[in-house]
Design a protein around this ligand. Sequence first.
Ligand code: HEM
Length: 411
Amino acid sequence: MNAIPDRRALQLPLERFDVSDPALYQDQSYFAYFERLRREDPVHWCAESRFGPYWSITKYKDIMAAEVNHQVFSSELGGIQVLDQPRDMQRPSFIRMDPPKHDEQRKVVQPIVAPGNLANMEPLIRERTRQVLDGLPRNEEFDWVERVSIELTTLMLATLFDFPIEERRKLTWWSDVAIADVTDPEAPVRSEEERFAELKQMAEAMGRLFEERKARAPGFDLLSMLAHGEATREMPLREFMGNLALLIVGGNDTTRNSMSGGLYALHQNPGEWDKLRAHPALIPNMVSEIIRWVTPVIHMRRTASRDFELGGKAIRAGDKVCMWYVSGNRDPEAIEEPDRFIIDRPRARQHLSFGFGVHRCVGNRLAELQLRILWEEILARFERIEVLAAPKRVYSNFIHGIRSMPVRIPG
Ligand code: HEM
């Protein structure tokens, strides 16, 4: 790991700042870089990086300005990450589209997260959460990520797709493959070709289920919705692959890392644990604070469709523009005492972790529901959960991932 110590952020000339370095997120040394960028150069040009030149937007208000201006800041003209996918391996999906096509496809899957459907799903989510928590060992070290975060989010995903429950870990695998940085020695795939081959297998397996659902009356799962949706039922294979990967990653990694990161945040802030135990009604507010604190998606990228001035900087048509949510969520001009984890923070939901504008996370209410139920059920059974070591983090500048975190539940 090629980690740069924090103090370099104070000494390095701004023109040498490159916040796209995944090591900064693996070793959590990014904070000081963004603090300086927000103060001295909030819309920053990085002329040279492994991913080519790019702009960084680091302040809350500038990120919002880009989010709501999809005419200028396009999701379709380039990728959604600072990393460009090789052209012949691109997998279009609605997160990589601009309106109107984006809106038509998004509308197809939206009903799965409608309030009525979430209410219907709540008992099942609770039941599964209880089973997973009741199956945990006592007085014994185990990995929270593996036993709780991955298991719960994967069960959820299998439900959303009506995917065979006993094969659910395939979904976890495909999600990990879809987001891996192929240069990470621990990545599940080591080249774009390998990634493409794995995701093709995913599309084939899901394709069989898709055809089955198409032949049946419309059901209330994501595959059935895609199979019957007017804007999606005739999707070409690559677009099918892209939309599947989007829904699998969207619903998996992000919530998974909030489940792990939230427990770690409470461990680091024992006063907040006490507050939570004394006031369990704070759980919904705490869930929002966890999602801000963890910021599961590090950045999203747009591509400028025309010349545009932002924060006094001249962005040119075709430029890559990254919105760093990890920075906007720690901007003191928008969030009071942003470097403190406060479970009863006022207006906790005003964070950037779900993005904003036309691409604002489809699954935000579902993610909150899963996390709320998890914490309700944790409080109902465990007095304490001891975190035994700092989490091991993923080498990525896109997903703020926790690979493992050893814990013990006394009892
Ligand atoms: C989009 C974060 C959970 C499905 C997004 C975006 C972010 C995000 C940052 C892009 C927003 C933008 O570009 O403005 C998160 C976080 C989650 C989470 C932090 C959990 C804590 C979920 C879940 C689902 C999901 C559970 C699945 C049902 C999607 C989809 C999109 C999306 C389909 C694309 C929306 C579009 O382009 O219109 N999410 N997400 N996400 N998310 Fe989530």
